[in-house]
Design a binder for this molecule. Structure first.
Ligand code: MLT
Length: 398
């Protein structure tokens, strides 16, 4: 005991940055299950559908090849980076040099975790949207950066109000994080907004980190989400992160990429090569084969169709309960106003878990401006969504 008391504390960054939101949600869910509560989880964007057979079959072949068992090149295999550049060209019309402007990631979250170390020195300023995926803020703080919240308000379509950002902040900021289709609100960013932001980045001298893992999940087939790299001049100031996780139901596989400004990709590559050894080559080859597989386009469309069906089911259920939501353009989340009488999203989510066995994401977990809302995921089968709505009705009536 005495000996332990003499041991030093773990790092300040660990002590000062809050626990990961979804680990906390999992912990609360598991505690409820351990208490015998029958839980329906609508808390995390982890697709319930399997990875498509054409990816699994490709993986089965690739994993059997001994040459895939060794270290990957640090930036990913040539084939992977070329395939990704091909996808960016086909989907967004963006031309990239696969040798200099693309790097493989062990999932987009890994890239987001390492990017602040590549771009920010202690004391540098990062602009963080609020509400947002908590990794932007926490990874920036791990890097020692100062952070300022940029409110995403419903009345502004959950876009940052760029005209409200003081010039002094724009001049000081080194990085702004962006995420459209947006988690947690489902908002999309019009090209005009991205153009304005790129222009500001050039004018005031800051970088844009665009987190774009939901680019293939949207509700209006006629209006697919953009890549910021479509904007002229973005290739000098922006880096964009993409993921196979949400598009191909592959969250556990850990594979994604970052692309864009050569200087930023190189900085990320420098950090990564010192910190990790890249994704498993067999996975890289399997997803390369997936991208050019004849069923790829149909599969992605079928996933969107599924999310659309679930979204209308969920909206029907919520409107029967008199709840209001923010109409999403993409991603697989519904951002819902707290029922009347509730001020705290944490309190609401905790009561609904304990009394109705439903896991939702409390809006406050995504930032101060998330208060007043809760998030429901569409990554749960329809019968569970229907059951969840019945339980919510019972909860609200009680
Ligand atoms: C979410 O539910 O917001 C995400 O799926 C969590 C993650 O990607 O880590």
């Amino acid at each position: 005991m005495e000996r332990e008391e003499r041991l030093p504390e773990v790092s300040r960054r660990v002590r000062e940055v809050p626990p990961y939101l979804f680990a906390e949600i999992d912990r609360a869910r598991d505690e409820a299950i351990a208490r015998g509560i029958d839980v329906i989880s609508l808390g995390i964007g982890d697709p319930d559908q399997p990875t498509p057979a054409f990816v699994i079959e490709a993986m089965a072949e690739e994993i059997a090849k001994a040459e895939n068992h060794t270290y990957s090149p640090y930036w990913g295999t040539d084939r992977f980076r070329q395939a990704v550049a091909g996808y960016m060209k086909g989907r967004f019309g963006v031309e990239l040099d696969p040798g200099k402007e693309v790097i493989a990631l062990i999932g987009a979250k890994e890239g987001l975790g390492h990017l602040p170390l590549a771009l920010l020195d202690p004391g540098d300023l990062a602009l963080i949207p609020d509400p947002a995926y908590p990794v932007y803020e926490n990874a920036s703080r791990y890097a020692g950066a100062a952070t300022i919240s940029v409110p995403l308000l419903e009345e502004n379509g959950f876009l940052p109000d760029l005209s409200a950002l003081p010039e002094s902040v724009l001049r000081t900021a080194k990085v702004i994080f962006l995420n459209y289709p947006n988690n947690p609100t489902g908002a999309l960013a019009p090209l005009s907004f991205l153009e304005e932001l790129v222009e500001l980045a050039h004018r005031f001298g800051f970088y844009i980190v665009s987190d774009n893992p939901y680019a293939e999940i949207y509700f209006d087939e006629e209006h697919p989400p953009h890549s910021i790299l479509e904007v002229e001049g973005a290739r000098e100031v922006a880096i964009e992160l993409h993921s196979f996780s949400k598009t191909f139901n592959m969250t556990g596989w850990r594979i994604g990429w970052a692309c864009g400004a050569e200087r930023l990709v190189a900085a990320l590559g420098s950090i990564k090569s010192n910190m990790d050894s890249g994704p498993f080559k067999a996975i890289q080859h399997a997803v390369v084969r997936a991208l050019s597989h004849p069923q790829c386009g149909d599969f992605i469309r079928s996933q969107r169709e599924l999310m659309r069906k679930r979204l209308s089911l969920l909206k029907e259920g919520l409107s029967r309960l008199g709840l209001r939501w923010c109409e999403p353009g993409g991603a697989f989340y519904l951002w819902v106003h707290l029922p009347e009488g509730y001020q705290s999203s944490i309190k609401f989510c905790s009561e609904v878990l304990n009394r109705a066995g439903l896991v939702f994401g409390p809006g406050r977990g995504y930032g101060v401006y998330g208060e007043g809302y809760f998030r429901i995921c569409l990554t749960t089968p329809e019968e569970k969504i229907a059951q969840a709505m019945e339980r919510l009705a019972g909860f609200l009536a009680s």
